[in-house]
Design a protein around this ligand. Sequence first.
Ligand SMILES: Cc1cc2nc3c(=O)[nH]c(=O)nc-3n(C[C@H](O)[C@H](O)[C@H](O)COP(=O)(O)OP(=O)(O)OC[C@H]3O[C@@H](n4cnc5c(N)ncnc54)[C@H](O)[C@@H]3O)c2cc1C
Length: 431
Amino acid sequence: MVVIIGGGLAGLSTAYHLGDADYVVLESESTPGGLCRSREIDGFIFDYTGHLLHLRDPRAIKLVEELLPGELAETARKAVIRSQGVTLPFPYQANLHGLPPEFVARCIVEFVKSLDREVPKDPATSFEDWALSVFGRGICDGFMFPYNEKLFRRKPADMTADWVSWAVPKPNLEEVVRGATGVTNTGMGYNATFRYPAAGGIGVLPAALARRVEHLRCDCPVTAVDLDAREVTLASGERLAYDKLVVTAPLPAFLAMTSGGGLDWPSHTPRLDASVVACLNLGIAREGLGDGAHWIYFPDDDVPFYRAGFPSNFSDAVAPPGTSSMYVEIGLRKDDAYDPERLTADMERGLRDAGLLLPRDTILVRDLVRVDPGYVIFDRSRQEAIAELVPALEKHDVHLIGRYGAWTYSYMERAILDGLETAASLHLAQE
Ligand SMILES: Cc1cc2nc3c(=O)[nH]c(=O)nc-3n(C[C@H](O)[C@H](O)[C@H](O)COP(=O)(O)OP(=O)(O)OC[C@H]3O[C@@H](n4cnc5c(N)ncnc54)[C@H](O)[C@@H]3O)c2cc1C
């Protein structure tokens, strides 16, 4: 019996790919889908902040197209950055034109100097050292450091760089010079295009997958795991035996409820840290919010949020006629005070200051969502903990997958592939 903790994309994909095998998915919430759910409020459909599909792997593309035939629109990203009073195309490092000329000159000179530097390969390298060696000080001071500090709520010197490989576009000299002189570099990075459901929000994807998963039990939070007895306990007190355990629930929470196996698992939870995302969803009584942009990055200190996005520019069907929708994200440390009224007021003030909300705008829906954990913090403590815990748990047939089970920085396609690859390895183990 395979017990899968969590019915988000990773857990559902594992179950789907296990086919006829003996398995059960245990999901604590009343609906499956995890972070990829959507919900409707007064005619607006909101995701848990923007969730756009960036598919590259043929296995994921095939599955998604089978699940949602003809239901996904593919769109070229329109993402911009607002900084120092100007709006630049994304990515910053390859589109500096418009920033103050002195600053642009500094960025280019320091980028050129960085070309002689070797990019550090040691996994313990800090994000600060990595970014300085790749971009030079100007681009780091203008975007890399302030943006990532707002997102992760950590100093660049206190993070490692082992999350950057796919997430941060690295332009060459020609691209930097062209971008700095006004030739827009488009199409760079992992998210140059995206797919999004024509109707229903991103939640239609996990919903379609869940319909093909026979043994899914919702409202079933797992509260304890005994590695010696190979047994999970549910909040109801029910116990279920397993041969293999697939964990997509957040790793620190899993460690906190685990016993047996000769290790004090809960004592390892403080080694794993994450930020919290406060996401304010807004429904506005005005069409065309965001001027066609899909999302905007805000690296500067004087804006409280790091990103704002416009779901009604991803799909017409997520907002009623004559309206627009928007989400705004603030990064918090997990022990920061969480005061919904203050957060909402700060974000709305920031939106008015940035001119995204006009004095005459009527807000039809306000919906503040706490995403906890939000972004895993990459640091040495995480590196050491993962290196010890993954093999130690594998010895007990525990597989850690998904964004939070594997405690990593990943995305929906990776969650789907984690499930597919885990199911294949479990099938092999049974043969
Ligand atoms: C702010 C933000 C924006 C993002 N934007 C994008 C994007 O644009 N594109 C993209 O591809 N990806 C994006 N992602 C990443 C994407 O959300 C994840 O990679 C993906 O949803 C992870 O799926 P998962 O199944 O691994 O985890 P989850 O969706 O977190 O699923 C885990 C499940 O486990 C359940 N669970 C937890 N504890 C228990 C328990 N004790 N017992 C039973 N069940 C439990 C939870 O309820 C949940 O349903 C974003 C993430 C964030 C935070």
